[in-house]
Design a protein around this ligand. Sequence first.
Ligand SMILES: [Mg+2]
Ligand SMILES: [Zn+2]
Length: 231
Amino acid sequence: MPASSPPDRASPTPRRAVFLDRDGTLNVDLHYLKDPERLELHRGVGEGLRRLKGAGYLLLVVTNQSGVARGLYTVKDVEAIHARLLQRLTAEGASVDGFYYCPHAPEEGCACRKPGVALFQQAAREWNLDLARCVVLGDRYLDVEAGRRLGMLTAYVPEPGSEGEYAEERPRALAEADLVAASFLEAVEGILQRVGKDSDLPGDVSVPHAGRAGSMDQRTAGGTRKDSLAG
Ligand SMILES: [Mg+2]
Ligand SMILES: [Zn+2]
């Protein structure tokens, strides 16, 4: 069911966001991570998120979680991971504004699994985003591909420490991404340099902070869930 936007998300001017991939980007990709205890942030993520927030970006996680459809973990497990992720970020003085995830398997052919763009479009409606001024930051070609489909700036950071993985898709990602970086922080610096020129456009800074401290939105396809989790 389509969710109407709560008043605290309404913004008169279109805003901009950085869409963050989760596994391999914010945290170490352990493949179908189920146990929150094993969650490990990548280096520089806390600082990078603080800088993006300081530049006026909303921070929205968009993640494929086909482990749900595969029966490897449940939606509750996914949300427990997100609660832990938020806890770890809070410990570094950082945060994110919301989580969007696709629980489907690739063969289901849904519109929300990246490189599908449905979750980005849902977020754009819910947060009044100007997608043309949004950014995608991820470690896989599918992140770059989704960003390009929506005309966003794309930042590609192959997961540090996993250089051998996904080598077959790397040439395409390297060729098509607007920015390529060796680390999360380097990507953030690149993004801020690229967009620095138009930082005086309306809606960029002094964004009223959406969401209450210690709360987080959990969104899956269609916006059917909105759970508030204590931080
Ligand atoms: Mg990833
Ligand atoms: Zn999906």
